[in-house]
Ligand binder design. Structure first.
Ligand SMILES: C[S@@+](CC[C@H](N)C(=O)[O-])C[C@H]1O[C@@H](n2cnc3c(N)ncnc32)[C@H](O)[C@@H]1O
Length: 356
């Protein structure tokens, strides 16, 4: 039988990383998140976890009272905008957000967990010439942890999305597991989305019944026996934008839009001209490109002339349909985009449980 593993999630957001930990068998006792709306999302989906809604810098680490013989795990994903390669402007050691991972080690010093899992974007490795990666590995060593560094693609772990994440795994158990092995089966956008309702630009009826039977094992897994689900919310666009959609084929982007329809877009496109994710229409037969800022970048449904709904983005992140997101459509989109795909997280935490 697996041992009891109790964990704390720092920078918990909507709870994607926590959900993956739970799916692997971890009991998450506490979650810390300063944003009220994200904390609410976390609460309604994880009623058994104590959510501490505060700036982590202002709080003492919670008393970590694991059951006797329980294995202690500290995990979390500090904000990563400052490390992201899509954010060249503030991607450096000068960005104060880049120093929040120090909080991770303040908590680790206090609660002395057996395991640490620190998740981030893989761009952290290159930021400030590798300075942050070096610092994190050094901190782990100073606190007495052996460590491993895994760069994993979500698409290799049953998630219909090519999203790379970096995991620092620290162990004080004398055992450091290998990275999880990629699965053979790739889940495509069609597997993930083909059974969801047809929606229009600006759709705002949150809960809708499924229009047909699940069309794939993945969809069946995401439905989990429900007959309806929430999140059928699509950003409203004006006609300048909607006229552009029909010109973009699957796999295409803003470059497929006739120039005459892009007049007032030229500044943005010029400044980000190498960004192929803008006005990107997803292809049915591949995993999605990364779901990040998908409202701003305008990820488009493979067939319908509109952006993705919150539920579609959540499916591409492997959140089950029972998972509900709080707040305005913009805040829901942000929480979904910020999350670690639960199935990727599950693969990571399962390696740790297997090593126990
Ligand atoms: C990348 S998101 C976490 C996503 C989460 N791991 C998931 O899988 O859903 C980072 C989170 O850190 C929170 N955060 C940022 N600064 C914080 C602080 N000083 N104290 C507590 N939470 C903070 C943000 O509100 C955001 O929700």
């Amino acid at each position: 039988m697996s041992p009891l593993i109790q964990g704390i999630d720092l920078f918990a957001g909507a709870g994607g990383l926590s959900l993956g930990a739970q799916l692997a068998g971890v009991t998450v006792t506490h979650a810390i998140e300063e944003n009220r709306v994200a904390a609410n999302t976390y609460r309604i989906n994880h009623p058994e976890t104590q959510v501490i809604e505060a700036d982590i810098r202002s709080i003492d680490p919670p008393a970590f009272k694991p059951k006797p013989a329980a294995v202690k795990l500290l995990f979390g994903g500090p904000p990563c905008q400052g490390f992201s390669t899509s954010n060249q402007r503030t991607r450096s050691a000068d960005n104060p957000k880049n120093w929040l991972f120090g909080e991770f080690f303040r908590f680790a010093r206090f609660s002395q967990p057996d395991w640490i899992v620190l998740e981030n974007v893989k761009g952290l490795r290159q930021t400030a010439d590798g300075h942050f990666e070096e610092l994190i590995l050094k901190q782990l060593e100073t606190l007495g942890y052996e460590s491993a560094l895994w760069v994993l693609c979500a698409a290799d772990f049953g998630v219909p999305q090519r999203r790379y994440r970096l995991f620092f795994v620290g162990s004080r158990t004398g055992r450091v597991p290998m990275a999880p092995s990629p699965q053979k089966k790739i889940v495509t956008v069609k597997h993930a989305l083909a059974d969801l309702p047809v929606l229009g630009v600006g759709a705002h009826e949150d809960v809708l019944p499924y229009p047909c039977a699940a069309r794939s094992n993945y969809a069946k897994q995401m439905r989990g026996g429900l007959t309806e689900c929430s999140g059928h919310l699509v950003t409203a666009n004006n006609s300048t934008v909607t006229k552009r959609y029909p010109h973009i084929p699957q796999g295409g982007n803003w470059q497929n839009i006739p120039k005459r329809l892009m007049q007032n877009y030229s500044n943005l496109v010029n400044s980000r001209s190498r960004h192929t994710g803008i006005y990107r229409r997803l292809s049915w037969d591949e995993p999605s490109i990364v779901i990040a800022n998908y409202r701003k970048n305008m990820l488009i449904h493979p067939e319908q002339h509109r952006g993705l709904s919150v539920r579609e983005a959540a499916r591409l992140q492997s959140f089950p349909d029972s998972y509900r997101f709080c707040g305005s459509i913009g805040l829901q989109q942000q929480q979904v985009s910020n999350a670690v795909p639960p199935l990727l997280a599950k693969a990571v935490f399962s390696q740790i449980l297997n090593a126990e």
